[in-house]
Design a protein. Structure first.
Length: 290
């Protein structure tokens, strides 16, 4: 009997693993570290980039225009900076100024009429010596700077009393200003017609009188009265407790005349003999009395 022979079977070839370099590994370097083979690349088209850039430009331009328009608008309520509040408070000046800042032409920085606002304010308040308006570059709220010439005296003239400022201008009746009671008083016998808002004395006259009062006070000599007589540029002063008046020439040297006056007062007080009518110190280096 013949044996049946089985056909020989070849053993299967061993399976080879694919090279590891063909696999994506997260830790790989080079191109494999920045791109995943499982994700498709997405690139913005030039048209999209151009549209995006144009949109950004439009937004930035709109923001600049809005900011410019905003910065040109003026808030009708200014911030007020004033150096003296003897006559009125800062709120009084601000409330009055609002009417002028609220005018149509004054609501923007291009057509704003600073001089018109200042002139109107000076008509409302006689004590305003000067004023200016500051318009900040980016802020809408303006700043109103007001300079006030402070009060100097009370002037009694023709049964009325007026506050006179440091420039010699009559501001208004003392009844309108509660703080006027502490001011020195000058009696006007010159017959000059006093008008509120107009000068009644020069600034040099005011300086002369203030210097006289200050030096007399330092020397301990009280003054009962200060009178402007009919004689031009003369000031008659009545020292307290003395029977005479002292005549001064206001355009002259205040320090020199006051020195002569105080020296004469001391001399007469020491001697016990007093002039009965006047002491005249208007001439430098000479003292006349009667």
């Amino acid at each position: 009997m013949e044996k049946k022979q089985r056909p020989l079977q070849r053993s299967a070839a061993p399976r080879r693993r694919p090279p590891t370099s063909n696999y994506y590994r997260s830790g790989a370097t080079g191109a494999a570290s920045t791109q995943s083979p499982f994700r498709a690349k997405i690139k913005a088209s030039p048209r999209v980039k151009k549209l995006l850039s144009r949109t950004i430009d439009i937004i930035m331009g709109a923001v600049l225009v809005i900011g410019l328009v905003y910065s040109l608008i003026i808030n009708p309520t200014p911030k007020v900076e004033v150096n003296n509040t003897f006559y009125h408070s800062a709120d009084n000046y601000r409330d009055s100024a609002k009417a002028y800042f609220g005018a149509f032409k004054n609501r923007n920085k291009i057509s704003f009429d600073e001089q018109g606002v200042v002139n109107s304010l000076m008509l409302d308040f006689q004590e305003v010596d000067s004023a200016s308006v500051e318009l900040p570059l980016f802020s809408q709220r303006p700043v109103l700077h007001i300079k006030i010439a402070g009060p100097a005296f009370v002037l009694q003239s023709r049964e009325h009393s007026y506050v006179v400022d440091a420039n010699g201008k009559a501001i208004g009746l003392t009844s309108n200003y509660n703080k006027s009671a502490g001011l020195p008083t000058i009696i006007d016998q010159s017959g000059y017609l006093v008008v509120a808002g107009k000068a009644v004395l020069s600034s040099s006259d005011i300086a002369f009188i203030k210097s006289l009062i200050t030096q007399a006070s330092k020397a301990g000599v009280k003054l009962d009265s200060l009178v402007l007589p009919a004689t031009p540029e003369e000031l008659d002063v009545k020292p307290a407790g003395r029977p005479y008046i002292v005549k001064f020439f206001m355009p002259g040297d205040a320090a020199l005349q006051t020195g002569q006056f105080l020296a004469a007062v001391h001399q007469f007080d020491s001697s016990g003999s007093q002039p009965t009518q006047y002491l005249d110190v208007r001439v430098a280096g000479k003292i006349f009395y009667k």
